[in-house]
Design a protein around this ligand. Structure first.
Ligand code: ADP
Ligand code: ASP
Ligand code: MG
Length: 410
């Protein structure tokens, strides 16, 4: 069997933990399997490096930022390979460009285009444990790129897909995927299985336990993903194809995202082509717009409100200001103190009244809803960021997630 084992920042936070990672990989190898280890940077390191760059210049070049933050994973991949060798097994480390993980050139959120596994395969054939630096790749011009925050998950699942691994194990600081973030909701419950679709929604709505791109790869290539902890041997959560019994659960999880900001363009002339005029420059700037609300117009003018990642907020406002001048809008307003709270569940497809119940729970807690968006299997509300924990806990318990019986029970 071939296992890809990914260890997050807390699992490689210090030398003792790196030794623990080495021992775990060796145990799998000695049980007769091939092992590719993917490591994140030490906990806090990526943030430290980003801060460091900002202390040099407020607007660091995106190319150089990627060169800088990719070093975090370079350090842990080398240390992990050394720790494995120290325990008496052969190991070799690989950076993104050495594997050849080729990405596009969108620095800080590059997408993987291809992976050449030749080098990894020959390392395994030579009896080595291959240790890959997560989060990084190389573009067609040879520039170092990174895959977005949490991108080591995607490195791991993409390698597992490319090498047709039997499983991709994601070792993190919680022992599986929960009904909501266990760090803010004490009654959160560990799931033994979750469907790719639900995991995709949870990840896209802010549950950072898996980066969304990793779930997309897993789903597309059918990679069995096992989210678990590196601190003990207990089973975690399997992310699997949807099973019919899962449909019985209407709401299976609650997610929150505090990494978005809200922009309102006031007094937009209401005529055809206006949305394209506003959003095309944003997408040209690689800014991903999430929720969009256009109000009913009065006097031929309307307000357009939408959310963007906080990291792109300043650029988005500048871009919109230019558009505004062209269009003759009245004003632009921004708010960085928002949170998007979402409920997710495949069972919502066949149940009415879920949204009403969600709004009722939030109103009972006195939480004002600023924006709403729905899809087949999720409902999201934007609220003031200060209500995040309150809203998550109220929704989690209001939908009985702490005590649901059935497939979700671990
Ligand atoms: P790593 O460094 O191992 O990649 P992350 O911090 O990226 O770890 O992801 C793990 C964190 O995800 C947990 O500590 C937890 O706070 C958060 N999280 C959010 N939603 C969930 C959820 N539904 N289940 C489990 N963890 C979640
Ligand atoms: N080190 C990167 C981050 O902190 C990638 C990862 O940990 O997955 O976002
Ligand atoms: Mg992560």
């Amino acid at each position: 069997m071939l296992y890809v084992q990914k260890f997050g920042g807390t699992s490689v936070a210090d030398v003792e933990r790196i030794r623990n990672v080495a021992r775990r990989a060796i145990k799998t190898k000695r049980a007769g399997h091939d092992v590719v280890v993917v490591v994140s940077a030490m906990a806090g390191e990526t943030n430290r490096l980003l801060k460091l760059s900002k202390s040099v210049t407020p607007e660091p070049s995106e190319r150089e930022s990627d060169v800088l933050v990719a070093t975090g994973e370079q350090v842990t991949s080398a240390l992990t390979a050394m720790a494995i060798q120290h325990e008496g097994e052969a190991a070799e480390s690989f950076l993104g460009h050495q594997v050849r993980i080729v990405t596009d050139s969108v620095f800080s959120k590059a997408r993987i285009q291809s992976i050449d596994c030749t080098e990894l395969t020959s390392a395994l054939k030579e009896g080595k444990i291959a240790v890959v630096a997560g989060f990084q790749g190389v573009d067609a011009e040879g520039n170092i790129t990174t895959l977005g925050r949490g991108g080591s998950d995607t490195t791991a699942v993409a390698i597992a897909a490319a090498m047709k691994a039997d499983a991709c194990e994601i070792y993190t600081d919680v022992d599986g995927v929960y009904t909501t973030d266990p760090n803010i909701c004490p009654s959160a419950r560990k799931l033994s299985r979750i469907s790719f679709e639900e995991m995709l929604e949870l990840a896209s709505l802010g549950a950072k336990v898996l980066q969304i791109r990793s779930v997309e790869f897993g789903m597309k290539y059918g990679v069995p993903i096992h989210v678990r902890t590196s601190f003990n041997d207990s089973e975690g959560t399997w992310v699997v194809e949807e099973e019919s019994e899962m449909e019985q659960v209407v709401v299976s999880g609650v997610a929150y995202n505090r990494d978005e900001a809200k922009i309102t363009i006031v007094g937009v002339p209401d005529h055809p082509g206006i949305a394209a005029a506003i959003f095309t420059p944003l997408s040209d700037a690689s800014i991903v717009v999430d929720m969009i609300i256009q109000n009913a117009s009065s006097d031929g003018r309307t307000d357009m409100t939408f959310t963007v990642p906080k990291g792109d907020f300043k650029r988005a406002v500048e871009t919109c200001r230019k558009t505004m001048e062209k269009l003759g809008c009245n004003d632009i307003r921004g708010d960085e103190n928002i949170a998007k709270i979402s409920i997710v569940g495949v069972g919502m497809r066949s149940h009415a009244g879920v949204a009403t119940k969600m709004f009722g729970i939030l109103s009972k807690e006195g939480v004002n809803i600023q924006m709403i968006s729905t899809s087949e299997i999720k409902i999201s509300c934007v609220v003031d960021a200060k209500y995040t924990e309150l809203a998550v806990r109220a929704l989690h318990d209001g939908f009985g997630l702490g005590d649901v019986d059935g497939v979700s029970k671990s």
